[in-house]
Write a protein that binds this ligand. Structure first.
Ligand SMILES: *Cc1c(COP(=O)(O)O)cnc(C)c1O
Length: 433
């Protein structure tokens, strides 16, 4: 058969083209569509207190699923390796401009696929293998990507740790200064994944200056509170700031790097691409730009204030009910509950809470005797529920449920499960298909 005759006879591929471009997920793939619906239902009827989660706007969701996912570029605006990049250039430039405006930075890179990728890029831009780095001990709330032996950062660089003051659980700035003088790190890392208090940014800067180290602040958990001007801005103190864009900042899944010094621009940009990544995810870039645009609106300041008020109210209610909260409160969206005096561990406790519809995660407490797989703490965050509209009186009620559950005071878990669901469904969520 000639090629044309073959085409005229049709084949399965040609026949599929109509539905390929026309059918939505519900028609194209019932299995995955059902799972997505089930996940939406789960999210709408639970009280979500996992500190790294949030609920993005419908607009951010739409951008994530946009035609930009078809485009690859490589490189940076004006210097791409692929053609047809003019619109992608405009998008990336818009996103960078919004990030700079929001955080008062001169430079931004929105390409990192995640927070860990952003940190890896910064490490590789500033350091040679085996260079000394000083970061918050993972056991005291540091992040895996700041030098855990299980992470590439801990395998390639000479990681030294600083910790917390035993009496109040705050970062021990004296120990940090002593460690900095002793180890002469090239890089000091501030920020972590379960440290609930505001950082002493000025103190970090002074110590970094004294030992001529660069200062990296990883603001992943509290970036939304910086954007909303509830917390001090690390960009004013650090050489480089990294963050995730999806935690309290409430945007697309991914990471971002901010800095002021022009001299860092080349090494940082080339560390992201081609250093640790290939083509950026432009649909996520679009969604990052949308989220940053939202964070520039006046309503975001109210959101950030409410996140902090809700976090403090939840910590306060938990303590009133007899739970131990690390540092006796919080300045950020997150709360760390210390279970060490109780007859439960983090795994058992988070399972018990999940059974009544409240999700959080097990977490090490400072100097935890248990391994991370069970842990003696629970980490809570209020960013997601605040996005759905929860207010102080209801978050306090949630705090009482958590305390009753953990302290073995809950009589009728079935009824509480229903009350939790009723409350959760009373808050806003996307229209369900
Ligand atoms: C969440 C987090 C990250 C990592 O983010 P991923 O997107 O999961 O890679 C890095 N640093 C800190 C402090 C975090 O809290």
């Amino acid at each position: 058969m000639s090629p044309d005759a073959l085409a005229a006879a049709g084949n399965a591929f040609d026949d599929s083209l109509d539905t390929y471009f026309r059918n939505g997920l519900a028609d194209a793939d019932g299995d995955v569509a059902a799972l997505i619906r089930a996940e939406g239902d789960r999210q709408s009827r639970g009280i979500e207190l996992i500190a790294s989660e949030n609920v993005v706007s419908r607009a951010v969701l739409e951008a994530q699923g946009s035609w930009f996912c078809n485009k690859t570029v490589e490189g940076y605006p004006g210097a791409r390796y692929h053609g047809g990049a003019e619109i992608a250039d405009a998008l990336e430039t818009l996103g960078e401009r919004r990030a700079c405006a929001l955080f008062g930075a001169r430079q931004a890179n929105l390409q990192p696929h995640s927070g860990s990728q952003a940190n890896l890029a910064v490490f590789s831009a500033l350091l040679k293998p085996s260079d000394p780095v000083l970061g918050l001990d993972l056991k005291c709330g540091g992040h895996l990507s700041h030098g855990s032996s299980a992470n590439i950062s801990g395998k390639v660089y000479d990681i030294r740790a600083y910790g917390l003051r035993p009496d109040d659980g705050r970062i021990d700035m004296d120990q940090l200064r002593d460690a900095a003088r002793k180890h002469r790190p090239k890089l000091i890392v501030a920020g972590g994944s379960s440290y609930p208090r505001e950082l002493d940014l000025k103190g970090f800067r002074e110590i970094a200056d004294e030992v001529e180290a660069r200062l990296l602040v990883d603001m992943a958990h509290f970036a939304g509170l910086v954007a909303g001007q509830v917390l001090g801005n690390p960009v004013d103190y650090a050489d480089i700031v990294t963050t995730t864009t999806y935690k309290s900042l409430r945007g697309a899944r991914g990471g971002m790097i901010l800095w002021n010094d022009e001299g860092l621009s080349r090494p940082l940009r080339s560390a992201v691409f081609p250093g640790v990544q290939g083509s950026p995810l432009l649909h996520m870039m679009a969604a990052k730009a949308v989220g940053l645009g939202e964070a520039l609106q006046p309503a975001f300041k109210d959101y950030a204030r409410r996140v902090r008020n809700n976090a403090r109210a939840l910590a306060d209610e938990m303590m009133n009910c007899g739970l131990k909260v690390v540092t006796d409160g919080t300045d950020t969206p997150l709360i760390l509950v210390d279970l060490s005096g109780l007859e439960t561990d983090g795994q058992t406790a988070s399972d018990a809470l999940a059974a009544i519809g409240i999700t959080c995660n097990k977490n090490l407490i400072p100097n935890d005797p248990r391994p991370p797989s069970t842990a003696s703490g629970l980490r809570f965050g209020v960013s997601a529920m605040t996005s759905r509209g929860i207010r102080e009186s209801d978050i306090r009620r949630v705090g009482r449920w958590v305390a009753d559950c953990l302290l073995g005071r809950m009589q009728d878990t079935g009824r509480v499960r229903q009350d939790v669901e009723r409350m959760a469904r009373s808050f806003r969520y996307y229209p369900m298909p």
